[in-house]
Design a protein around this ligand. Structure first.
Ligand SMILES: *Cc1c(COP(=O)(O)O)cnc(C)c1O
Length: 354
């Protein structure tokens, strides 16, 4: 089986995605507890690429993709739509939260599902819209929009041809200044990155906003993929979710951020984990996040340090944090203000759930 992990045909990888207990057990050894969780039938879809399965020897990474019984527990302040995206949905595929930016969700499919996903309510379901004309029309009519973030699901599962066609129609809209694609493909399916894709991204001046959570994800294949993108002049940022027991340590974060910079990926955001249903076991306290970011500011090259962000529950948008002076604690919640000066509450229990 070992040889399959590294099969370089990305379509083969997607076709042989591991989605069942039976197929997973052919790839890795599970503990009795891990096996029992699958038999409980987790509410959220399970899938990983054979390539990513080889990284599950690492306990930290393993935790982020294998189902756990903790996911079935709903804790205070959790929601299936923590960022209030549904109330900002303006077409079946567009979320318009900020005045001049829009989030374009073009698929609900991902090669690998993260257990802490903010959009677990919709990923793996069938948001199959092949006709984006309503969304494109909305963007055309709303001339205040300058920034487009294409995400999902993972947009890079589309063929080069499909991406080229979509990007061409978006680039034809004169008021659009920047286009980003959010993706975890370089971490979970690095063989997808080919020269033709790089040329398309470069031609349409697309920046990639990549998702990385751990230095062990920076394998040789991932480095080759990012280097190819960089060699073609594609700008890359990375977003990291701060996850308890996975990367909530200054040493792990430093290793990750320096590693990313070495492959031309600029660490952009360190995100406090959103209070999505069943995520309490992944969340660190906000104080812990601040402690990490303050320590990084003293120890790392400035351009290797991302901004630490809380995405305000209920659609208040992203709030950068540097110090505990920026919020008040009110029992098990913290109270903070967004860019408009409006007040938002983030659940941050004094005692962590184990
Ligand atoms: C995060 C996000 C964006 C992009 O925000 P940036 O801070 O520019 O990276 C746009 N729309 C929505 C709804 C978002 O959640």
């Amino acid at each position: 089986m070992q040889k399959n992990h590294f099969n370089i045909d990305w379509k083969w990888q997607l076709k042989h995605r591991i989605t069942t207990l039976k197929s997973l057990e052919k790839e890795i050894c599970l503990t009795a507890k891990e096996r029992a969780v699958f038999q409980e039938n987790p509410h959220f879809p399970f899938a990983i690429t054979p390539y990513y399965a080889h990284l599950l020897k690492d306990d930290a990474i393993r935790k982020t993709v294998l189902p756990s019984l903790d996911e079935e527990k709903k804790r205070q302040g959790e929601s299936i739509d923590p960022l209030g995206e549904e109330m900002h949905r303006v077409t079946p595929n567009l979320i318009h939260t900020y005045p001049d930016k829009v989030l374009f969700l073009i698929t609900s499919f991902c090669p690998t599902y993260c257990r802490y996903c903010t959009r677990s309510r919709m990923v793996g379901t069938d948001l199959v819209v092949s006709d984006y004309s309503e969304s494109i029309q909305y963007i055309q009519q709303h001339t205040e929009i300058r920034d487009l973030l294409i995400s999902g699901g993972d947009p890079l599962i589309f063929s080069n041809q499909q991406l080229d066609t979509l990007l061409s129609s978006l680039r034809a809209i004169p008021h659009i200044r920047t286009i980003r694609i959010g993706s975890k493909v370089p971490a979970v399916l690095p063989m997808r990155i080919d020269a033709e894709l790089c040329l398309i991204l470069r031609r349409h001046r697309v920046w990639l906003s990549l998702h990385f959570i751990h230095p062990k994800e920076l394998t040789e294949q991932t480095k080759v993929a990012c280097q190819m993108l960089a060699d073609h002049g594609v700008g890359m940022l990375s977003q990291t979710v701060l996850l308890r027991g996975v990367n909530d340590s200054v040493d792990v974060l430093m290793d990750l951020f320096y590693g990313l910079l070495e492959i031309n990926v600029k660490p952009y955001y360190l995100l406090q984990c959103d209070p999505v249903f069943g995520s309490a076991h992944f969340r660190t306290s906000v104080e812990k996040g601040i402690e990490c970011i303050q320590s990084l500011h003293g120890r790392m090259a400035g351009h290797a340090i991302p901004q630490y962000i809380i995405d305000a529950p209920g659609g208040g948008g992203k709030i950068p944090l540097l110090s505990t002076k920026q919020f008040q604690r009110n029992g098990d919640e913290i109270v903070l203000k967004n860019y408009e000066g409006k007040t938002y509450v983030y659940p941050d229990p004094l005692e962590t759930y184990l």
